[in-house]
Ligand binder design. Structure first.
Ligand code: RIB
Ligand code: CA
Length: 325
């Protein structure tokens, strides 16, 4: 690849997790990205489970990308509050229905791929302190790892090219009436990352819901005849089943959040509506974890770009391209 099309160095931060798996497969199979490491964190599951699921998936993809196990809980959230957001299963026809199972279907067996000895927070500090070129960080999970690393050594921000956050919300909510899970799980970490002054893009719930994937899309991906295509088809169907159980009616589409953030790094045109704005994270009360956009007539200085909408068709076109390998 010529200099201007050299693969972009990226670090993924995941809580694998069903949609995290699609993000990992998309990133690992794109020629435009060079995934230098995958950091794992608590969130959808325990950090032990998210790390094990990530290792098994990396091996199933035939890769040996280094995987680092990170933080087991939020920086501050659970020091004072007694709410622990354990994703509760839905019981449907006497069966437990979950959006994130302890093990990803098809990756039930352990492999020889294990996490590195170094923990994820130490990895961030070591890698970013000594990086010869800047790296893009894509967080699709609670931001605890990066928040801890930035708190310990703020200067590592100088080597972060861009921070892409799957997270935040303008009009929607999922784990609460008005907050999105990744930010809600560790609001302080998200604010620490925002304060670091790194060019930041929020790929929000509004954006991921505007490009929800359908059961027809699942069939299209299954018909690719690849491991990644079939794996993603099952994830779409499983997520739509969970959403239908939650809604008490049959839903034929479901937002697949994390891989949209990866696609936004590969080709920003997948995001169709975004705005430079000032965002702060609520750190307490009913709005705990909400991303608050400053819409005053004289707003504070912008500190990020917030994506509100994405193109379903462009998103699917990219998934077909990267999952057909
Ligand atoms: O709110 C969606 C986010 O929370 C996604 O990253 C999903 O994997 C969960 O972590
Ligand atoms: Ca995730």
């Amino acid at each position: 690849m010529s200099e201007n099309t050299k693969p972009k160095k990226v670090i993924l931060d995941v809580d694998t997790g069903s949609d995290d798996a699609v993000a990992i497969m998309t990133a690992l199979q794109s020629d435009e990205l060079d995934v230098v490491a995958i950091c794992c964190v608590w969130g959808n599951l325990s950090v032990e489970d998210t790390t094990e699921n990530t290792c098994r998936l990396v091996r199933a993809m035939g890769k040996d990308t280094p995987v680092y196990m990170g933080a087991p809980t939020a920086i501050a959230k659970y020091l004072e509050r007694d709410t622990k957001q354990e994703l509760q299963p839905i019981i449907k026809d006497g069966k437990e229905v979950r959006i994130h199972y302890k093990r990803l279907e098809g990756l039930e067996e352990p492999t020889d791929k294990k996490a590195e000895d170094m923990d994820a927070v130490s990895f961030y500090i070591d890698y970013l302190k000594h990086a010869k070129e800047k790296v893009t960080i894509i967080t699709v999970a609670p931001m605890t790892n990066l928040g801890l690393a930035l708190s310990a050594v703020p200067s590592i921000a100088e080597n972060i090219e861009e921070l892409i956050i799957m997270g935040g919300t303008d009009r929607l909510g999922n784990v609460s009436e008005c907050a999105e899970a990744n930010i809600w799980h560790d609001p302080e970490a998200a604010q620490i990352a925002l304060n670091a002054g790194v060019p930041t893009l929020f790929v929000s719930l509004d954006a991921t819901h505007s490009a929800a994937l359908t059961l027809e899309d699942a069939e299209t991906l299954r018909n690719l005849g690849t491991f990644a295509g079939g794996f993603t088809a099952k994830i779409i169907e499983q997520r739509a089943e969970f959403d239908s159980a939650m809604a008490g009616k049959k839903l034929t589409s479901t937002p697949v959040h994390d891989s949209l953030a990866v696609c936004a790094v590969i080709d920003p045109s997948v995001i169709t509506e975004s705005k430079k704005c000032n965002v702060r994270v609520a750190l307490s009360g009913i709005a705990d974890g909400r991303t608050i956009i400053d819409r005053r007539c004289v707003p504070s200085e912008p500190n990020c770009v917030f994506a509100f909408r994405a193109s379903h068709d462009k998103y699917m076109e990219m998934l077909v391209k990267y999952l057909s390998k």
